[in-house]
Design a binder for this molecule. Structure first.
Ligand code: CP
Ligand code: NVA
Length: 300
C-alpha cells in the first residue's frame, strides 16, 4: 500500500491490518505508552473544504506520532490561484514525507499521487471518504466484537460516505443495504463493484433497508459544495431519516453512526442522535486512531 486514495484500492487484509494497528495505537495512547513512529517526519495537510474532525485528528495524530503537521489552506497555497496540482505534487514531494488532501475532485487526489513521490492520503473528496470509513469500521468492530453476520444500512444520499461505506462494508464481510432516492444513487463504479456481492441491496425504501440492521448510518442531505441545492434536496430526501420508526425495524441492539456534522431533524432526529451519542462520538474519536494507523503504514 503506497497511498490511501480510495478503499477500492485496498485489499480486505490491508483494511484489517490498519484496524488492528489502530486498536493497538488507541490502547497505547490510553495507557500512556509513547509511539513515536514518525519522529522527524512532516505531513502537509491541504484543505480546499472546511473541516473540524479531519484537520484536528490528523494534526494531533501526527504530533502524537512524533512528527510535524503543516496545515495548508488552499486560500494560501498557489493551488488556490490556479497552480496545477501536478506541479504542486512535484514541489511538495521535495519538502514533505506525506500529504493529506481534502478537495472536490477525486482526479486531483489521484494526480497528486501520480506526479508526487510521497504517500497521499485522501481526507475526503466528492467521490469518497476512506479515512472516515476506516474509523467507522474500527468503531463497529469495537462495539460488536466482529463483522461476522452483521448488516449495515445507510440511509440518504448516494454520496462520498455511501460510496466508501459500501466498499469498506462489503470488503470486511458485512451485508450492506442502501436506501436512497432514485436520482441520488451512488455512481456506476460503486454499483458495479457492489454487484459482485450477493449481500448487497439498494432500494428507495428506508424501512426495507433498515430491516434487521445491526448498524444504521446516515449523512447530510447536502454535502460541502452542494449548498446551492439544499432546498431541492430537502424535498428529495424527505423521509430518508433515522428516527424511532426506522429504529423499530432494525435489530433491537442496533448501533447508529454518523460521520458528522449532523443536521438534527433532517437526516436524523435529535432523539435518536442523543440516544446513540456514545457510539457517534467514539466514532469521531476513532478518526484519530485510524488515521494514525494509516500514517504509520504509509510513512514509517
Ligand atoms: N466527518 C468529517 O470528516 O468531519 P470534518 O468535516 O469535520 O473533518
Ligand atoms: N458528505 C459530507 C461528509 C462530511 C464529512 C460532505 O461531503 O460534506
Amino acid at each position: 500500500m503506497k497511498h490511501l486514495l480510495k478503499l477500492l484500492d485496498l485489499s480486505t487484509e490491508e483494511i484489517i491490518d490498519i484496524l488492528n494497528l489502530a486498536d493497538q495505537l488507541k490502547y497505547e495512547l490510553k495507557h500512556g505508552i509513547p509511539h513515536p513512529h514518525l519522529k522527524g517526519k512532516t505531513l502537509g495537510m491541504i484543505f480546499q473544504k472546511s473541516s473540524t474532525r479531519t484537520r484536528v485528528s490528523f494534526e494531533t495524530g501526527m504530533y502524537q506520532l512524533g512528527g510535524y503537521p503543516l496545515f495548508l489552506s488552499s486560500n494560501d497555497l498557489q493551488i488556490g490561484r490556479g497552480e496545477p496540482v501536478q506541479d504542486t505534487a512535484r514541489v511538495l514531494s521535495r519538502y514533505l514525507d506525506g500529504i493529506m488532501i481534502r478537495t472536490f475532485e477525486q482526479a486531483e487526489v489521484e494526480a497528486l499521487a501520480e506526479y508526487g513521490n510521497i504517500p497521499i492520503i485522501n481526507g475526503l473528496t466528492d467521490f469518497c471518504h476512506p479515512c472516515q470509513v476506516l474509523a467507522d469500521l474500527m468503531t463497529i468492530r469495537e462495539f460488536k466484537g466482529s463483522f461476522d453476520g452483521l448488516k449495515m444500512c445507510f440511509i440518504g444520499d448516494g454520496n462520498n460516505m455511501a460510496n466508501s461505506l459500501i466498499v469498506g462494508g462489503l470488503k470486511v464481510g458485512m451485508s450492506v443495504s442502501i436506501a436512497c432516492p432514485k436520482d441520488y444513487r451512488p455512481p456506476k463504479e460503486i454499483l458495479d463493484f457492489a454487484a459482485k456481492y450477493d449481500n448487497f441491496e439498494i432500494t428507495d425504501s428506508p424501512a426495507q433497508a433498515a430491516k434487521n440492521a445491526d448498524v444504521l448510518y446516515t449523512d447530510v442531505w447536502a454535502s460541502m459544495g452542494q449548498e446551492g441545492e439544499a432546498e431541492k434536496r430537502k424535498k428529495a430526501f424527505a423521509g430518508y431519516q433515522i428516527n424511532d420508526e426506522i429504529m423499530s425495524v432494525a435489530n433491537a441492539d442496533a448501533m447508529v453512526l454518523h460521520c458528522l456534522p449532523a443536521h438534527r431533524e433532517e437526516e436524523i432526529t435529535a432523539k435518536v442522535f442523543e440516544e446513540h451519542a456514545n457510539e457517534i462520538f467514539e466514532e469521531a474519536e476513532n478518526r484519530l486512531h485510524a488515521q494514525k494507523a494509516v500514517m504509520v503504514k504509509l510513512m514509517a
